[in-house]
Design a protein around this ligand. Structure first.
Ligand code: OSB
Ligand code: MG
Length: 374
């Protein structure tokens, strides 16, 4: 493929309700769409889904800067035989994984379309793996103003069909909320996500959660830590799942070797794109560590990519892939993503990402637009 034009659209889309984590509250989703076009007129889309600087150091502005000044010029420079080649071309840029992933995503969309395949089938062909066509899904619930509100929220999401509840925690009502949630839903899959709000001194708190039969505890300690998690995991029967601190396939390998976690949450943006995400998946699989697909409140474009990725066989636990209307009304794509009656979400079957972006909706949420190349 020879890319001769790349467009960036900075967008802001309102959330249907605020989303609170231990590092802050979101009321709208800000992101960047990357639209790449080949000399043959094939167009691919990628979504920059960083949410910094509370989640990682990347922000919308660093993403824009890295894309504009480094990644896009290196993409326009010469034809690419496969999206993986872009990864090699970007490798000299240290970090900035969300920016790299956004552009790589658009290239995968193009590569799949050029083969006349859905992204899921193209991934299956590229990896030689059998791909799922439905993904089991859970919902991520932000910190609520009161314990009562949390329970209400959990009940309403269960009615929509989500198979697993993940609740955000931060120091304060953590244990009380987790206990109340467990009492309200004794037989459902329940987990907590601390987004790095604790230290090793809080080990006792997590020991007190042991009898709640949580599916896992996500990222309890430092956002860049692996070592201290390796001190915490042996003290607990409940599996620790790492999110923030896994940025590369090597991090995954180190975390597993150190015994820092028993599960890994894969966000393709956080690990620098689909190629890296597949490598993390394979390393985990080889070590018997199950993975699931994390989310960053993606709009339909990023959600479609996540669904294709989550079709790989070692995505064995419910993923943070909720229906479009859990966050957006409307989403930028039509039709929106919805949950099947069995608590799964179907992977798109159309060519490439397999979603239709509604031009008027895109225009309405776009706040900055720039064209590079032809
Ligand atoms: O830690 O998984 C997280 C959203 C923004 C930043 C970090 C996280 C999250 C979520 C949302 O939990 C998951 C989703 O997209 O539904
Ligand atoms: Mg998380």
């Amino acid at each position: 493929m020879h890319i001769d034009r790349v467009e960036l659209c900075l967008f802001r889309i309102p959330l249907v309700s605020p989303f609170e984590t231990s590092f802050g509250v979101m009321t709208e989703r800000e992101g960047i769409y990357v639209k790449a076009t080949t000399t043959d007129g094939v167009t691919g889309w990628g979504e920059y889904c960083g949410d910094g600087p509370g989640y990682s150091y990347e922000t919308i502005e660093t993403g824009w800067h890295i894309l504009r000044d480094y990644l896009i010029p290196f993409t326009l420079k010469a034809p690419l035989s496969h999206p993986r080649e872009a990864v090699e071309r970007f490798a000299w840029v240290r970090g900035h994984n969300f920016a790299k992933a956004a552009l790589e995503g658009a290239l995968w969309d193009i590569a799949a379309q050029e083969q006349g395949l859905s992204l899921r089938d193209f991934l299956g062909k590229s990896t030689g793996r059998d791909m799922k066509d439905r993904i089991t899904v859970g919902v991520s619930i932000g910190i609520q103003p009161t314990t009562e509100k949390l329970i209400e929220r959990i009940q309403s999401f269960l009615q929509y069909g989500y198979l697993r509840i993940k609740m955000k925690i931060k120091p304060g009502r953590d244990l009380q909320d987790a206990r109340a949630a467990r009492n309200a839903i004794p037989d459902r899959m329940l987990m907590v996500d601390a987004n790095s709000a604790y230290t090793l001194n809080d080990a006792d708190l997590f020991k007190q959660m042991e009898d709640l039969n949580l599916l896992m505890i996500e990222q309890p300690l430092g956002y860049d830590d692996i070592y201290e998690h390796s001190k915490l995991q042996p003290q607990l029967k409940t599996p620790i799942c790492l999110d923030e601190s896994i940025h590369t396939p090597d991090h995954a390998r180190m975390a597993i070797e150190l015994g820092a976690c028993k599960i890994i949450n894969i966000k393709q943006g956080r690990v620098g794109g689909l190629s890296s995400a597949i490598a993390v998946h394979d390393i985990c699989e080889a070590h018997g560590v199950p993975v699931w697909c994390g989310g960053m409140l993606e709009t339909g474009v990023g959600r479609a990519l996540n669904l294709a990725l989550a079709a790989l066989p070692n995505f064995k636990l419910p993923s943070d892939l909720s229906a479009s209307n859990r966050y957006f009304n409307p989403d930028v794509i039509d039709p929106p993503f919805d949950i099947n009656s069995d608590g799964t979400m179907s992977v798109p079957t159309g060519k490439g990402l397999g979603v239709h972006i509604v031009p008027e909706r895109l225009a309405k949420i776009t706040v900055r637009h720039e064209v590079f190349g032809a």
